[in-house]
Design a protein around this ligand. Structure first.
Ligand code: FAD
Length: 481
C-alpha cells in the first residue's frame, strides 16, 4: 500500500471506520501493512510506501547479510518532504535512514521500525558548467559523467563502480583510481544542500556553515541528509592508454607502486592481487590519459620491474575506462553471484606495514574466503591529497586501500557469517598495525570501535551530532551513536 498526502487522510479515515464497525485495519484491502503511528506523518507530496514488498526491499542491500525491516519507505517528491519526515521523526524519537543505491554491504542504509527515505527521486542533473555540476544526491556517478563528458568535463575522482549514488559515496568519502592525484570525492565537492537531523535545510560549503560541511563529508550520514551537491569538474581526456603490469611477487609490485606514486608518470594506478591456480597473481592497472597523441609506451614503462613479456598496452575511450567494471558486473549478474552475499572489507594500510600485513593475510586466505570471482584490491595513494577531516587514514605519507572483495560461491548464511567474523579479525590485525577502516565494510562496529576509529576526530563528530542531530534521528545503520 502506498500513501501520499491524500491517501494518508483516506487511510486514516478507513481505519477509523473499520474500527468503528468492529473490524480491524487488517480487514481493509492491503492494510495489513498499515503501521501504527505512521499515518500521523505530516502530509507529503511524495509517497509513503507501507506495503511488505517495498519495505522488504529496503530491508536488504548489496551485502545481503543484514536485514532490518523499516515501518515505511518514503519516496519524496520535494526537499520539503524530507524536511517534514525528519522533523516528524525528531519529534517522536523515530529513526530515518537515507538510501541511495543500496550498495551498502552491512545494513548501513537500513533502519528497523523507522523510515527509509529513498534518494532516487533526487536522481537529477540540475546544471553543468565548465567548472562545476549541480546534481541531486540520488544521481549516480554514471548519471553525472553522462552529463559532464559531452562538455569535456569530469569530476576529478570517480569511484571504480559508477552505479553508486552521489550522496551515498559523499557520506563515506568515495575512493577511486584518481585518488592519488585528486583525493576522494568528498574532497572535491564545492557546496552541499543538506537537511539536518533537526529538519533544517542548509546550504553549506567551506565558506558557509563550514562545520556542517566538514561533518557531512565522510560523516556516515550522521548529521544531515544530503539532497543536492555542487561537484567540482576538471577537463576530461578523450582516451586513455592502459597497461596491465604483472609482477612475480608482492614485494616487486609494491616497489613499483612506490615509484609510480612518487613520479606520477601515470594518471591512475591501481593494484590487485588475484587468485591464481597456484598462489596469487600480482597486477598493476596503470593508465595515462591523452586526447591527441598517445603516450610513448617505452618511455612510460622505463625502469619498472614488471614481467614485460605479459604487458599488452591498449587504448580505450575515456568513457569505456570509467565503465571498466561493467563487464565484471554483467558476468556476475549472468551467473547469479551479483545477488550473493557480499561480506566485503576495505581498510587502509600504511606503507611501512603494508608488505608485512598483506603477506600475512595472503598466507591465511583460502580460495573459499574470496570465491572464484573475488579479488583483492591493493592501491597506493598519497595521504596528503585526502583532506576531508572525517576520513581516517594511517599516518604514513603513502597509504594503500586494501580491499577484500569477497564473492562467496555459496549463498549460505553460515558462510557469509563466517566471512563477517573473518573481517572482524582482519580489521583487528590491521588496526593493531596502524591501519584504519573504510567504513563501507561488512562487520559490526561497536560505539567504542567507532570512537577508536575516529580518534582525534571523534570529539568533532560528537559535537556535530549534538548540534545538528541531537535526537539521533539519522542513519542509525552505522550504529555510531
Ligand atoms: C559494487 C560496489 C562497488 C563499490 N565501489 C566503490 C568504489 O569504487 N569506491 C568507493 O569509495 N566505494 C565503493 N563502494 C562502496 C560504496 O561507496 C558505499 O557502499 C556507498 O555508501 C554506497 O553508495 P549507495 O548510493 O549505494 O549508498 P547506500 O548503500 O544507499 O547508503 C550507504 C550509507 O550512506 C547513507 N546515505 C545514502 N544517501 C545519503 C544521502 N543522500 N545523504 C546522507 N547519507 C546518505 C545511507 O544512510 C547509508 O548509511 C562500492 C560498493 C559496491 C557494492
Amino acid at each position: 500500500m502506498d500513501l501520499n498526502r491524500r491517501d494518508v487522510l483516506i487511510a486514516g479515515l478507513a481505519a477509523t471506520a473499520a474500527d468503528v464497525a468492529g473490524g480491524t485495519a487488517a480487514a481493509i484491502e492491503g492494510a495489513s501493512a498499515l503501521q501504527p503511528g505512521l499515518p500521523d506523518l505530516p502530509l507529503l507530496d511524495g509517497r509513503l510506501h507501507l506495503d511488505d514488498r517495498t519495505r522488504a526491499a529496503a530491508a536488504d542491500d548489496f551485502g545481503h547479510v543484514v536485514r532490518r525491516m523499516p515501518r515505511g519507505v518514503l519516496r519524496p517528491r520535494t526537499y520539503e518532504d524530507v524536511v517534514s519526515a525528519v522533523r516528524w521523526a525528531a519529534e517522536r524519537g523515530r529513526k530515518i535512514a537515507p538510501r541511495g543505491q543500496g550498495h551498502s554491504v552491512y545494513g548501513r542504509a537500513q533502519v528497523a521500525e523507522g523510515i527509509v527515505i529513498e534518494m532516487t527521486p533526487f536522481r537529477t542533473i540540475h546544471d553543468v558548467r565548465s567548472g562545476q555540476a549541480i546534481v541531486g544526491a540520488g544521481a549516480t556517478w554514471s548519471d553525472v559523467v553522462a552529463a559532464t563528458l559531452p562538455l569535456g568535463r569530469v569530476p576529478p575522482t570517480l569511484t571504480d563502480y559508477l552505479g553508486l549514488s552521489v550522496g551515498g559515496t559523499l557520506a563515506v568519502g568515495g575512493i577511486g583510481s584518481m585518488t592519488s592525484r585528486h583525493g576522494m570525492q568528498s574532497d572535491n565537492v564545492l557546496e552541499l544542500d543538506v537537511i539536518t537531523g533537526t529538519g533544517e535545510m542548509v546550504t553549506c560549503s567551506p565558506d558557509s556553515h563550514a562545520t556542517l560541511f566538514h561533518a557531512v563529508r565522510a560523516g556516515l550520514g550522521q548529521v544531515a541528509v544530503i539532497v543536492r551537491a555542487t561537484l567540482k569538474l576538471v577537463p576530461a581526456p578523450l582516451q586513455v592508454r592502459r597497461y596491465l603490469l604483472f609482477y612475480p611477487d608482492l614485494k616487486t609490485m609494491l616497489a613499483d607502486q612506490r615509484v609510480l606514486a612518487a613520479d606520477e608518470r601515470f594518471d591512475a594506478v591501481q593494484g590487485a592481487v588475484l587468485p591464481a591456480p597456484v598462489g596469487w597473481t600480482f597486477r598493476l592497472d596503470a593508465v595515462k590519459q591523452f586526447s591527441d597523441k598517445p603516450p610513448d609506451d617505452t618511455d612510460l614503462l622505463s625502469g619498472l620491474s614488471d614481467d614485460r613479456s605479459r604487458t599488452k598496452p591498449g587504448t580505450l575511450t575515456y568513457i569505456d575506462y570509467l565503465h571498466r567494471l561493467a563487464t565484471l558486473e554483467q558476468a556476475l549478474r549472468a551467473n547469479g553471484q551479483w545477488f550473493h552475499p557480499h561480506p566485503w572489507l576495505t581498510t587502509f594500510v600504511g606503507d611501512a606495514q603494508v608488505e608485512a600485513v598483506v603477506s600475512a593475510e595472503l598466507a591465511a586466505l583460502t580460495p573459499a574466503d574470496l570465491g572464484p570471482y573475488g579479488q583483492i584490491a591493493l592501491s597506493a595513494f598519497r595521504r596528503q591529497m585526502v583532506t576531508s577531516p572525517l576520513v581516517r587514514l594511517p599516518a604514513d605519507d603513502l597509504c594503500y586501500a586494501f580491499n577484500l572483495i569477497r564473492i562467496p560461491a555459496s549463498v549460505e548464511t553460515a558462510e557469509a557469517d563466517r566471512l563477517v567474523r573473518a573481517n572482524r579479525s582482519v580489521y583487528e590485525r590491521i588496526r593493531a598495525a596502524g591501519g584504519t577502516l573504510y567504513p563501507v565494510s561488512a562487520f559490526p562496529m561497536s560505539r567504542d570501535d567507532w570512537r577508536r576509529h575516529f580518534g582525534p576526530a571523534w570529539g568533532f563528530l560528537i559535537d556535530a551530532k549534538q548540534e545538528f542531530d541531537p535526537g539521533h534521528v539519522l542513519a542509525p545503520g552505522y550504529e555510531t551513536f
